[in-house]
Design a binder for this molecule. Structure first.
Ligand SMILES: CCCCCCCC/C=C\CCCCCCCC(=O)SCCNC(=O)CCNC(=O)[C@H](O)C(C)(C)COP(=O)(O)OP(=O)(O)OC[C@H]1O[C@@H](n2cnc3c(N)ncnc32)[C@H](O)[C@@H]1OP(=O)(O)O
Length: 194
């Protein structure tokens, strides 16, 4: 195996993990969620984006999301590409955690593909944070065909790890930080640090 890393550990949250609390500044139930980044391929208004839209669920913690499956999302003829469904889950589960915590990145994402998803389908996803333990945010979600609580097309679990702004300063392109509203000083510092 050489230098290949070991397969990561399970993302099952511990049984005694703390229950997630809604962030006081998060949108109210039924309201659209705040976009996390306008350049995002999942929910941003950019070429190639899946243009996913999300709303806060009735409980104020979960999120439901809409993804209209178009011809440009095909893998097999007439059917949604599996990686596109994973992108949708990554975005929806990431949006769920932003109701509760600040920036975090996907460390692990597991998806089960239960039913084929034909082009022309509207997929509805329900996502939630199951537990937060220190930096770890455990999330899960379900994708339904046609309507919320319709036939299950797929299920997913993801582990997000909280990171600070320095993650994006260190690894991202400084110019992209402008889109996040970072100050000129922060952008120049990021540029100088590269
Ligand atoms: C002015 C700036 C403002 C910024 C504003 C922010 C806006 C954005 C906000 C919100 C977005 C919401 C929407 C998101 C939607 C899309 C999300 C994506 O697509 S994210 C891109 C894809 N993901 C990556 O690129 C990560 C790449 N990976 C990494 O950078 C690192 O691996 C990282 C940060 C995930 C972990 O590295 P470590 O060095 O910090 O932590 P270690 O020590 O490795 O792990 C800590 C613990 O986590 C476990 N762990 C780590 N990875 C694991 C894994 N894959 N599976 C299971 N456990 C894992 C480890 O075993 C360890 O556990 P033990 O503390 O020992 O219990």
């Amino acid at each position: 195996m050489g230098n290949v890393p070991r397969v990561p550990i399970s993302i099952e949250p511990p049984a005694d993990a703390e229950a997630p609390q809604r962030h006081p500044k998060a949108p109210a139930p039924g309201e659209p969620t705040a976009a996390h980044y306008e350049g995002c391929r999942g929910c941003g208004d950019v070429p190639g984006s899946l243009r996913i839209r999300s709303w806060v669920g009735d409980d104020g913690v979960s999120v439901h999301s809409r993804f209209d499956v178009l011809a440009e999302h095909q893998g097999a003829p007439g059917l949604l590409h599996g990686g596109m469904l994973m992108t949708a889950f990554d975005d929806a589960l990431g949006t769920a955690y932003t109701q509760i915590a600040r920036s975090a990145v996907t460390a692990r994402l597991e998806t089960d593909f239960r039913r084929p998803v034909p082009v022309g389908t509207t997929l509805w996803l329900r996502s939630r944070v199951d537990a937060i333990v220190d930096r770890k945010i455990f999330t899960s979600g379900v994708a339904f065909l046609g309507e919320l609580d319709g036939e299950v097309a797929g299920t997913a679990r993801a582990l997000f790890l909280k990171v600070g702004v320095e993650h994006f300063l260190r690894h991202g392109r400084p110019e992209d930080l402008e889109a996040l509203g970072a100050s000129r000083e922060v952008i120049e510092a990021a540029r100088a640090a590269r």
